[in-house]
Write a protein that binds this ligand. Structure first.
Ligand SMILES: NC(=O)c1ccc[n+]([C@@H]2O[C@H](COP(=O)([O-])OP(=O)(O)OC[C@H]3O[C@@H](n4cnc5c(N)ncnc54)[C@H](OP(=O)(O)O)[C@@H]3O)[C@@H](O)[C@H]2O)c1
Length: 294
C-alpha cells in the first residue's frame, strides 16, 4: 500500500492562517516586524528572500529588506545588525546565508541579539535547545520537521529516530530537540554522517527516518523499515530529464520507491520547505509577543 503523504504545504497553510488571526488579535500593540538582510547576489538566496517577504506580507508581518552588494563589508554589516538590535519596530532579524566570501558567518550570527534571532542560529538559542529549554527560538527547519513528525506519530515516546546529516542548522538541533523529555519528543535518536560506513544498518532500524544530507536519491527503498515515517529535508536541484536544459527540485529520498515501503512520507517540493518559512513567521510573532510583554 502506498504511504500517506505528509503534506507540509497544507500544515503550513493551517499554521499561517492561525498566525494571521493572532496578528489581528494583537494589533492594538502594533505589527510584528522582520528585518531581512541580503548581501551579494546569490540567485538562490534572492529567491528565498522573495519567498520570505511574500510569506510575511500574506499574514500581516511587516518585512524590511536590507540588500547590499558583496562589497558592503563585514564592518558595515555588524553596524547594521547593531542598529536593528536596537530598533523597536524590528522583532526578528534574519541574515540570509550563505554570506559571500570575506564575511565571518559565526561573528555575524553572534552579533544578532538572541532575543531577535528568529532563525534560531545563535549559540544561546542552540544552547537552550540542548538543555531542553523551549523558551527560546528554535531553528526553523528542525522545528518544522518536529511538527510534521508529531502530527504523523501521535505518541513519540520511545520511537527510534534516525537522522542522516549532522549540520548545525538541521541534523544537530533536530537530534537535540527530539531527545528531550517532553510530549513533542522523548525519542531515541541516532545521527548518521559521512563517516557512517553503511548508513542502511542504521536507517533500517528507524521508526522515523529524517534525511538531511543534501544527496539526491541517497535513501533507497531497501534502506527503509516497512511502516516507517520518512521526512525528506533534502533540497537538491538536478537536471530534469522531461525538460531538457531545465532543473527540478528533488529530495534525498527516492520518493517513488520509498513511498511503497513507508507508512508516511514527506514530498519534495511541498514538504519541509513550506514548514521552514512558516516557523520563521511563528518565531517572529513569538518575538513580537516577547518584546511587547504579551
Ligand atoms: N527544506 C528546507 O527548508 C531546508 C533547510 C535547510 C536545508 N535543506 C536541505 O537539506 C539538505 C541538508 O542541508 P544542510 O545545510 O544540513 O547540509 P550540510 O551542511 O551540507 O550537511 C549535510 C550533512 O549530511 C552528511 N552527509 C552528506 N552526505 C552523506 C552521506 N552520503 N551519508 C551520510 N551522511 C551524509 C554530512 O556529513 P559530514 O558532517 O560528515 O560532512 C553533513 O553532516 C540540503 O539538501 C539542503 O538544501 C532544506
Amino acid at each position: 500500500m502506498s504511504a500517506e503523504i505528509i503534506d507540509g504545504k497544507q500544515i503550513a497553510t493551517e499554521i499561517r492562517s492561525k498566525l494571521a488571526e493572532e496578528i489581528i488579535s494583537l494589533s492594538s500593540h502594533g505589527v510584528p516586524g522582520l528585518a531581512v538582510v541580503l548581501i551579494g547576489n546569490n540567485p538562490a538566496s534572492e529567491v528565498y528572500v522573495r519567498m520570505k517577504k511574500k510569506a510575511c506580507s500574506d499574514i500581516g508581518v511587516n518585512s524590511y529588506e536590507y540588500s547590499f552588494g558583496e562589497d558592503y563589508g563585514e564592518e558595515n554589516l555588524l553596524k547594521l545588525i547593531d542598529e536593528l538590535n536596537n530598533d523597536s519596530k524590528i522583532n526578528g532579524i534574519l541574515v540570509q546565508l550563505p554570506l559571500p566570501r570575506g564575511y565571518d558567518e559565526k561573528k555575524v550570527i553572534e552579533a544578532i541579539s538572541p532575543l531577535k534571532d528568529v532563525d534560531g542560529f545563535h549559540p544561546e538559542n542552540l544552547g537552550r535547545i540542548v538543555i531542553g529549554d523551549r523558551d527560546c527560538f528554535q531553528p526553523c527547519t528542525p522545528y518544522g520537521c518536529q511538527i510534521m513528525i508529531k502530527r504523523t506519530v501521535k505518541n513519540l515516546k520511545g520511537k527510534h529516530v534516525v537522522i542522516v546529516g549532522r549540520s548545525n542548522i538541521v541534523g544537530k538541533p533536530l537530534a537535540n530537540m527530539l531527545v528531550q523529555k517532553n510530549d513533542m519528543a522523548n525519542c531515541i535518536v541516532t545521527v548518521c554522517h559521512s563517516a557512517s560506513e553503511d548508513i542502511s544498518k542504521f536507517t533500517l532500524q528507524a521508526d522515523i527516518l529524517v534525511a538531511a544530507a543534501g544527496s539526491p536519491g541517497l535513501i533507497k527503498a531497501d534502506m527503509v523499515k516497512p511502516g516507517a515515517v520518512v521526512i525528506d529535508v533534502g533540497t537538491n536541484r538536478v537536471d530534469d530529464p522531461e525538460n531538457p536544459g531545465k532543473c527540478k527540485l528533488v529530495g534525498d529520498v527516492d520518493f517513488e520507491a520509498v513511498k511503497e515501503v513507508a507508512a508516511a512520507i514527506s514530498p519534495v517540493p511541498g514538504g519541509v520547505g513550506p514548514m521552514t518559512i512558516t516557523m520563521l513567521l511563528e518565531n517572529t510573532v513569538k518575538a513580537f509577543r516577547l518584546h511587547n510583554d504579551i
